[in-house]
Design a binder for this molecule. Structure first.
Ligand code: NAD
Ligand code: ZN
Ligand code: ZN
Length: 347
């Protein structure tokens, strides 16, 4: 089968032919129908030798959807032919966090060498993929795979971040979304569907800002040195109730800190490597800063339910498997509007 792999430190991803995998006992083989392309892969491919934590080559893709092609011995639940989405942050399934469905915060995954598909285990940008347990599948149940596959990360990650702040996002509140790409443009829609907050979006190009407006942002502001002042003014000087930074670089975190209001939440979702100093007086009183990672199994079910209710419309650009390296290039260059999705059938 064809697979898109990151094969050597610093190299560009490549389309290669590898043996079609067979499910071991307990596993599920999926015929991939769609796989999303996330900016985190670019961060992974930018890591120096020695800091990856898993061996190469790596089949990329941690947003996956497919149809069940085969079940390993003892794997029960889904039936061959079922259309499913993959819950990506695999954990051990039995620790206290996993027992709550929070496999994204598994207490034992690192020790046991359990990695998400595409981030250590073979990923979804391939014709077939192995899912380690039926527990990590959610039925698509009528959802279209290409436009829904980004919900497994670009939807689930902002959903989890927003859900934490729901008690604060009351009428009259303001949510600021920094970076309106794959995750950010879904975050805007989730905020509109789940809250009555006024949504202010920040990005660096007019293309991104027009997508932000099209998907529901009340205001769209160019993310430059004046952005913080502009957001303060839009909030009558009070600042934001919640800030979701989908970039996480030094300049955006400076903006995030500068627009945060009293008792606000700042979620650092982007892995841009910046830091936000926290200390008495450095942020408004009782500001909470967090660095959430992905989401829980039940939250993925909730996000898919929200999509079935028509509340989320992911803006996708599709690529055949042979063009997946081009999708990464364009994402790296900031040229993807919404989410790039690889569709192996279209190859
Ligand atoms: P993306 O490239 O689709 O979107 C990033 C957006 O940020 C783009 O629209 C870009 O124009 C914009 N941007 C860049 N610099 C900016 C600036 N200075 N100010 C405002 N906007 C700016 O990427 P994505 O796939 O949506 O991922 C977003 C970030 O979230 C990445 O850092 C990714 O690694 C990270 N991520 C984190 C998690 C998590 O669990 N914490 C999960 C998925 C992705
Ligand atoms: Zn991701
Ligand atoms: Zn666990």
């Amino acid at each position: 089968m064809k697979a898109v792999q990151y094969r050597a430190i610093g190299a560009a991803p490549e389309v290669v032919t590898v043996p079609t995998p067979e499910p071991a006992p307990g596993q599920v083989l999926l015929k991939v129908t769609a796989a999303g392309v996330c900016h985190s892969d670019i961060a992974v491919m930018g890591m120096p030798a020695g800091s990856l934590g898993f061996p190469l080559p790596l089949t990329l893709g941690h947003e996956g959807a497919g149809t069940v092609a085969a079940l390993g011995d003892g794997a029960t639940g889904p039936a061959v032919g079922d259309p499913v989405a993959v819950y990506g942050p695999w954990g051990c399934g039995t620790c206290a966090k996993c027992a709550e469905g929070k496999e994204n915060y598994c207490l034992r995954a690192a020790r046991l060498g359990i990695f998400p598909p595409g981030l250590g285990a073979p990923g979804a940008i391939a014709e077939y993929m192995i899912v380690d347990s039926p527990r990590h599948l959610v039925p698509l149940d009528g959802l279209e795979p290409v436009t829904s596959v980004p919900l497994t990360d670009a939807g689930l990650t902002p959903y989890h971040a927003i859900k934490r702040s729901l008690p604060k996002l009351v009428p009259g509140s303001t949510a600021v979304v920094i970076g309106t790409g794959g995750l950010g443009h879904v975050a805007i829609q989730l905020l509109r569907a789940m809250t009555t907050a006024r949504v202010i979006a920040l990005d660096v190009t007019e293309d991104k800002l027009s997508l932000a407006r099209a998907v529901g942002a009340h205001e769209a502001v160019l993310s430059d040195a004046n952005a913080a002042a502009e957001v303060r003014e839009l909030t009558g000087g009070l600042g934001a109730t919640a800030v979701f930074d989908f970039v996480g670089a030094a300049p955006t975190l400076a903006t995030a800190g500068a627009v945060a209001g009293t008792e606000s939440d700042v979620a650092i979702v982007g892995i841009g490597g910046g830091t936000l100093p926290v200390g008495f007086g450095s942020l408004p009183y009782e500001t909470s800063v967090s660095s959430p990672y992905w989401g829980s199994r039940s939250e993925l079910i909730e996000v898919l339910d929200l999509a079935r209710a028509g509340a989320v419309d992911v803006h996708v650009e599709t690529y055949g498997i042979d063009d997946a390296p081009l999708a990464y290039e364009r994402l790296h260059a900031g040229e993807i509007n919404g989410r790039a999705v690889v569709v192996p059938e279209a190859a």
